[in-house]
Write a new protein. Sequence first.
Lengths: 264, 368
Amino acid sequence: MSLPIETVPLIEMKDIAKHFGPVIALNGVSFDVRSGECHCLLGDNGAGKSTFIKTMAGVHKPTRGEMKVSGEPVVFANPRDAMAAGIATVYQDLAMIPLMSVTRNFWMGREPVRRVGPFKFIDFKEANRVTMEKMRQMGISLREPEQAVGTLSGGERQTVAIARAVHFGAKVLILDEPTSALGVRQTANVLSTIDKVRKSGIGVVFITHNVRHALAVGDRFTVLNRGKTLGTAARGQIKAEELQDLMAGGQEMAELEGSLGGTV
Amino acid sequence: MSAATDERIQTRSRLRSAMIRPELGAVCGAILVFVFFFAIARDSGMFNLQGTMNWTVVSAQFAIIAVGACLLMIAGEFDLSVGSMIGFSGIVIAILSVQWGWPVWAAILAAFAVAIAIGALNGFLVIRTGLPSFIVTLAFLYILRGLTIWLSILTTRQTIIGGVAPLAEGDWLAWLFGGKLFGGLFVWMAENDWIATYTRGARTGQPIVDGIPMVIMWALALIVFAHILLTRTRFGNWIYASGGDAQAARYVGVPVNRVKILMFMFTAFCATVFATCQVMEFGSAAADRGLLKEFEAIICVVIGGALLTGGYGTIVGAALGALIFGVVQQGLFFAQAESSLFRVFLGTILILAVIFNTYIRRMITGER
């Protein structure tokens, strides 16, 4: 008997391990994302978050473990395979090229073309129109689509990258610390973008080490510590302090908090 | 937040957005240079037909190598072997045609093939080793110059190989590099006394300027081709992306390595166009041709507003840079200034242009 479509995860990672020579970066991590949910992956620096999402995005091949996309086992040889399977990643710093215009960035690698005789030219009219429209949907008003990405704020750049991934048919969107370098207002904008994307039925993997950002939009929370998952909790089942403790490894954190006199 | 009006977005006048362009520095530079020479050398014949043709040809030569250097620089790489490549290609043509007796068209095609292959090797080494192109092409600056001199002395015991001119006579491909266009038009203009003619000697009555040299046509064709490629095509977008941030470009599937290697090949192609035009003009090849041309090409590109580290620049800017270069070099000659002042002048323009361009670029791209 097959399961109903809704309950089959878009992507499922089972007992993933990754070794770099003698270093064990991941040691049995399980994780899945369903359509229309935001699954937060929390962990302190060095917990293995980056290695894990790069495995999901096809950059690394797991040493052990199983990956399934919509219930079918897959092996990604490279990031392009993952992209073809609908898994898009927005990296923190490498999302955009600041010297280039918003339109050129948005369509980079997949520019729409218009034939003139034997030649193919970029259809800038169409490209600009779509870019402006998608930006408007995400709540960003551009002065003009030709303006350089460098003139946008950090949050807006993340939003352009997210809009690009959604436009090109991402089913799973992996966001690598999208809010870590942003101010309060910018963070709120990015979190509301994540909410919009989720409502359109895309599964979002939100990597962060900020518990408050995670709780603001997350449906489920998985904590990574020293290359292992410490379990997955649904919204409402867990409090901020508990997540914080899990991330830092419990005991030490409690002592630190005591000496600092409050929540970190 | 309403989409239509956002109070934080300043409305900008059309004039301002039309003015603030990457080429603005080069446009201002070109205007200044013309005003300057018009003031000091107007009576020298610099701006009559012969004088104009003189600095236009020199500018066109600079433009041919600047176009190649510009695309390569935007793609994030340098080629310091351009000058040596010019000498090398020229000697290859001369040895194959004069010494080995190949038809000139075959010698030219062979020189292009060899040069483009060396360009590909340059690119391949840069991509494979991950070394800066500055180092890899610096090595080829020496390797090619050394090979050029060695080959020349090995075959003819001298560093200049003459005798190409009589062989090139009537050769279809040689005409494409050394010929002149619209000869009839100039004769007709001379018959109507609109342009100057020779008054003495064997060519009495013939126009002094008897056509548009092909080197100018090559420069125009390359400028138009590269400009359209860069601004209007997918490949052009990939050139910008490869130089802007190679890793970000790779993440979205841009074939960065292919783009960069092709740009090294295109630079070699441009260097060989320059070399072939020069060989056809002089009727000879010399092992020391093209000395310092790599830096002159880079100067043109940088005056034109391109960013030395890649990802930013325009062909129109590079072409204007070449025009400034040509006008200054020939203008000082017309003004009968001390020729060594040329370099002082050029260095000054370079510094001023780059300071100005940096300021403009920060306005456009929001760099801090």
